[in-house]
Design a binder for this molecule. Sequence first.
Ligand SMILES: [Zn+2]
Length: 93
Amino acid sequence: MLTIFSFSPKQTYCDNCEKTQKTYVKKELRMFNFDGNGMIKASSILIKTKLRFCLVCGHMVYDDKLDNKMSKKLKRQITKRKLLKEEYRGHLF
Ligand SMILES: [Zn+2]
């Protein structure tokens, strides 16, 4: 079963409300773009991620656990792409 919205009893500080509020978690597809800087050139990575929002104003709030998960997913995808690219390069030269 896929839950898109999940209400969480977690209270998080909301920058927009300038106080601690009840929050909810929403699943989203996020696009990350990389252009050089040792990363993949002109490539984009689509990642399914969970984000936390303020229940009162709808502003996105920072959640370290969700953020960590997203970073790990992203790193995994980058490593995968890099390996593929290297493999491809190996065939060319
Ligand atoms: Zn708020």
